[in-house]
Design a binder for this molecule. Structure first.
Ligand SMILES: Cc1cc2nc3c(=O)[nH]c(=O)nc-3n(C[C@H](O)[C@H](O)[C@H](O)COP(=O)(O)OP(=O)(O)OC[C@H]3O[C@@H](n4cnc5c(N)ncnc54)[C@H](O)[C@@H]3O)c2cc1C
Ligand code: FES
Length: 368
């Protein structure tokens, strides 16, 4: 299924899933975050709220790909947009904050991702959205979509930022809350607020999550849904709290933006979960064609494939988006990050090539 996202290195014209978007407007949201809005292409960009696009840029002669969630709603916003927060020392986030101008075009891969849902006017759902920093981006598109499509549903947003200046979409969120006072409740938590701040403050912990859930509980809503997106600490605190409260995983949606694969690999090696890596020859079947190549210990299966000019699909390169998913039909891999895969996919033998190292000599992977 993921061959849609392949980049044909040898072909100048790219497949249907690649397109150029023209930048319409750039809005500075906070000192370190910009929103980039695009002109609608022909035909219109088809996406679901909460999905992400992959931007493909040439920076200093090297192709860089990064995933960015759409902050817009296809039901509300005429132009699709992304919001990008600077990461200290980051190549793409700083380029996007500093180097773009309206009128410039940008190559992307079309939207993908499962941090979304269907919307129905009959739904009577209580949504809890817990976001931190740039994690508000997909949640913004989801909230707008719920408010317009589901008159009986209610949204509680717990949004964690560093200080007042760093609250992304502050004006838009305030506006939505004033337009929908019965349907949208917003609680800001600031980790380093000014002395004037009277709201929730300090690090998000389990007590705060529980407090917000119980304050906002609406007994008239029998169905509940949880969406969580933000830095690793916020994600683990929130997800552990939801687990403690016996909230079924099936109604929790989570999206991670970052995974430190090197640190995870080192921890897995230290705990004996994975053994030392060796150079292995492996075979990857892409769209029916076999490619055999060596994977050195310091390379992932994706990195080695790309080094050997194998047309493998990919996007985030962090084990989060599943664009590089393949089925392991023989051999063994050490998968450092599997957050993008469901338990069912793992049980069915699926692996993520961008976060897997070769761990035996008879590896065969099929990418469909
Ligand atoms: C599905 C998905 C959706 C995403 N949506 C958004 C979005 O809507 N808005 C947004 O701003 N970002 C989003 N991201 C993150 C984005 O793709 C990039 O990872 C981020 O912009 C950093 O890229 P960079 O090139 O600036 O940093 P890099 O040059 O890749 O990294 C620089 C250094 O920072 C570390 N690093 C990279 N990212 C992070 C991070 N998030 N936290 C801590 N350390 C980090 C790296 O390990 C490295 O040491 C998303 C990621 C995924 C997987
Ligand atoms: S490229 Fe995103 S999970 Fe591998």
């Amino acid at each position: 299924m993921f061959n849609l996202f392949k980049k044909k290195k040898s072909e100048p014209s790219r497949g249907d899933q690649y397109l150029s978007l023209k930048i319409r407007e750039i809005v500075k949201e906070t000192p370190d975050t910009v929103s980039i809005y695009f002109e609608q292409p022909e035909p219109y960009l088809d996406y679901k709220p909460g999905q992400f696009i992959t931007v493909i840029l040439d920076i200093n002669g090297k192709e860089e790909r990064r995933s960015y969630s759409l902050c817009t709603s296809p039901f509300v916003d005429p132009f699709p947009g992304i919001s990008v927060k600077r990461v200290s020392g980051g190549i793409v986030s700083n380029y996007l904050n500093d180097q773009l101008r309206p009128g410039k075009t940008m190559e992307i891969m079309k939207p993908m991702g499962n941090f979304t849902k269907d919307f129905h006017s009959k739904n009577n759902i209580q949504y809890f959205m817990i976001a931190g920093g740039s994690g508000i981006t997909p949640i913004m598109g989801l909230i707008k979509s719920i408010l317009i499509n589901e008159p009986s549903s209610k949204v509680t947003l717990l949004f964690c930022s560093r200080n007042e200046e760093q609250i992304i979409f502050k004006k838009n969120i305030d506006l939505l809350a004033s337009q929908h006072p019965e349907k949208l409740e917003v609680i800001h938590n600031l980790s380093q607020p000014s002395a004037d701040w009277t709201g929730m403050k300090g690090r998000l912990d389990s007590t705060k999550v529980k407090e917000v859930l119980s304050w906002s509980e609406d007994a008239s809503k029998s169905e509940k849904r949880y969406f969580v997106c933000g830095p690793e600490g916020l994600m683990s605190t929130t997800l552990n709290t939801l687990k403690e409260l016996n909230i079924p995983e099936s109604i929790i949606h989570e999206e991670s933006f970052y995974s430190d694969l090197d640190a995870k690999e080192a921890a897995m090696k230290a705990s004996g979960e994975i053994g030392p890596s060796l150079t292995r020859e492996i075979t990857v079947n892409v769209e029916g064609q076999d490619y055999t190549y060596e994977v050195a210990p310091d390379k992932t299966i994706l990195e080695a494939g790309l080094d050997n000019n194998v047309d493998m699909p990919y996007s985030c390169q962090s084990g989060l988006c599943t664009a590089c998913r393949g089925r392991l039909v023989s051999g063994k891999v050490d998968m450092i990050e599997d957050a993008g895969l469901s338990a069912g996919e793992i049980a069915d033998g699926y692996i993520l090539c961008c976060s897997s190292k070769a761990a035996s000599s008879d590896i065969k992977i099929i990418i469909e």
